[in-house]
Design a protein around this ligand. Structure first.
Ligand SMILES: [Zn+2]
Length: 254
């Protein structure tokens, strides 16, 4: 299984529009971060987690040819705003399954009413097959199983996903003890780390590192990164062994 980091930036992306912050002005490609998303593929199976405003560009850069389904973490725009751009996949594949909490499906119906319309649909509108994700109910994706992990983004419940010995958790601030059991014996954990300063709804760097120490994956990658975190090259040097700052277009093999 391969995991391709389509985007590793926080909600505004890096560089931030109009910003003169040194990280936003950096010429290091590892300091340029689209909105968070990953592409997971193995054999002839291909799934993405989240579908933010950079989805089209991410599909072009990664050369993703097929999407068997989109797993959503939550409804915030940086994770959902790209849904209109699944059309090229619809034209080749038909309806695209989307896996999400019922609250997120209901929210997508408000954000993208024309996609969910059953009558007088605009020809060529995107078409999706919504599949409700319920905590503690693993579901099949291709010939693998996705295990939902319920975590808290401030007061908002958000889903992370475990697939084999890989887990992806973004927009996390707190994790209940009952969910920790789902994260044992991981080869790779991806978890959000916004910046060094604390934040109300995201792990900062220290909280992310404490969480990694608790979970003990073989390797951990940090994502959903703000420009305030600093230059990729400098931050990476300060991280413990086997903890890496993810960057756009990094692909790892499990
Ligand atoms: Zn986010």
């Amino acid at each position: 299984m391969k995991v391709y980091f389509l985007g590793t930036g926080t909600s505004q992306g890096i560089p931030v529009i109009g910003s003169n912050h040194p990280v936003c002005l950096s010429t290091d490609l590892k300091d340029k971060r689209l909105r968070v998303s990953i592409w997971i593929h193995w054999e002839n199976h291909s799934y993405v987690i989240d579908c933010g405003p950079d989805f089209r560009q991410q599909m072009l850069v990664s050369n993703c040819q097929k999407v068997d389904g989109i797993l959503y973490t939550h409804e915030h725009a940086d994770h959902t705003a790209g849904l209109d751009d699944i059309r090229p996949f619809n034209f080749r594949q038909g309806d695209i399954p989307i896996y999400a909490h019922q609250r997120v499906i209901d929210n997508l119906k408000l954000r993208f009413d024309y996609i969910f319309k059953t009558e007088n649909r605009y020809p060529g509108a995107p078409s999706v097959l919504p599949i409700e994700v319920v905590n503690n109910h693993p579901f099949p994706i291709g010939n693998k199983t996705a295990i939902p992990v319920n975590v808290m983004h401030g007061n908002l419940p958000v889903f992370g996903y475990r697939i084999d010995d890989f887990a992806y958790l973004t927009d996390v601030k707190t994790v209940h003890k009952s969910e920790i059991n789902k994260l044992k014996n991981l080869k790779v954990l991806v978890v959000n780390a916004l910046r060094e300063e604390p934040h109300d709804t995201h792990f900062n760097l220290e909280e992310a590192l404490d969480f990694i120490t608790l979970i003990k994956p073989e390797k951990a990658y940090l994502t959903h990164i703000s420009h305030i975190m600093g230059f990729h090259e400098e931050v990476q040097k300060r991280l413990p062994e086997n903890v890496y700052l993810a960057y756009d277009n990094l692909e790892i093999t499990l």
